[in-house]
Design a protein around this ligand. Structure first.
Ligand code: TXA
Ligand code: MG
Length: 309
């Protein structure tokens, strides 16, 4: 298949309207989009990524008025979170309407909904005229793509279109909050922090371990992993080629280094650095830990997952 690479949100939206697959930039990571009510298109998303069928997709919208097509039960907590954080890097999980195909939600009765704030994403989604189901635009098990070239590396030749935009602003996937229960539950950490959520909805809890895996199927899959081994710390353990990423100067010599200014900078550079290490055959990536607060919590979450592989 030849992949159309375009800068034109209208052209990419046209691909979606025809039932095709188009990758697009958002403020978090690039997504791989398909019209959510188009069954074959949803099946094609899973096939193109090699994604396990038990991992549900997030529906992306251009406008809050589209929520009604996806869910008929917007809980008060969800309403508050939507008011505070849409458009932005937050996904709310709500009970789904029966019209949303089971394959899109991996058989769950719920659907994740997100309204990106990135300008190119918004123009693309508005032109698509339908909610767009989109996982991150990487091959399953690889780091989420933060540049269009990373999308092309994984999915070029496997999808219809790549809408080319800038490198993504945040670099880590959206915060996911399950709003279906009495108390909202934080399922995935992201740029909207637990503290920020608590300021809007005081009852939010952070799920952990087994509960997290039960409620957010995506969290039990091997995620965010480069080919080299990831070590959280200061020094390598293996004998081969080692790389370093973190805030401040590394201690000792490394084949590749990425020095970050702060936690935001770390978040935005992490996944592309993982890919760069893969391209240059790095055996071990030493990642300096960062304070477990603000977006640093999301960075530490991704580092722990990558290190656990
Ligand atoms: O920032 C993002 O969220 C990016 C961009 C493209 O928007 N998308 C993204 O999608 O990261 P994906 O498919 O790579 O991750 C979706 C996560 C998974 O952990 C999945 O389990 C969870 O969201 N999720 C989706 N729908 C869910 C649902 N109904 N209930 C619980 N968790 C859900
Ligand atoms: Mg993903």
């Amino acid at each position: 298949m030849e992949t159309l690479i375009t800068d034109d949100p209208q052209a990419a939206a046209e691909v979606i309207r025809r039932g095709g697959l188009a990758a697009f930039p958002t403020e978090t990571v690039y997504g791989l989009g398909a019209a959510i009510f188009y069954r074959e298109a949803i099946e094609a998303v899973f096939a193109a990524k090699g994604r396990p069928a038990d991992n549900p997709l997030i529906a992306h919208i251009a406008d809050e008025s589209e929520i009604g097509q996806l869910s008929a039960e917007v809980t008060p907590a969800a309403e508050s979170l939507i008011k505070a954080f849409f458009p932005g890097p937050l996904t709310v999980v709500l009970k789904k309407r029966p019209e949303v195909h089971d394959i899109a939600t991996a058989g769950l009765m719920t659907i994740g909904i997100r309204m990106p704030r990135n300008d190119v994403a918004r123009r693309f989604l508005a032109a698509a005229g339908t909610p767009v189901a989109a996982p991150s635009a990487n091959l399953s098990g690889r780091p989420s793509p933060t540049t269009w070239t990373a999308v092309n590396e994984d999915l070029g030749g496997r999808i219809d279109c790549i809408l080319r935009g800038d490198p993504t602003e945040i670099g880590l996937e959206s915060t996911v909050v399950d709003c279906t229960g009495e108390r909202p539950v934080l399922l995935r950490r992201g740029a909207v922090t637990l503290d920020e959520l608590l300021r809007v909805v005081p009852g939010v809890t952070a799920s952990t371990g087994g509960e997290l895996e039960a409620r957010s199927p995506g969290m039990r899959h091997a995620h965010y992993a480069p080919r080299g081994r990831v070590t959280i710390g200061e020094t390598p353990h293996l004998g081969g080629k080692a790389a370093f990423i973190g805030i401040g100067e590394p201690i000792g010599d490394f084949s590749a280094t990425m020095i970050c200014r702060d936690a935001e900078d770390y978040a935005s550079k992490l996944f592309e650095f993982f890919r760069e290490c893969d391209r240059s055959g790095i055996d071990e990536i030493v990642c300096r830990p960062v304070a477990d607060e603000g977006i640093g919590s999301a960075v530490m979450d991704r580092l722990r997952r990558a290190a656990a592989k």
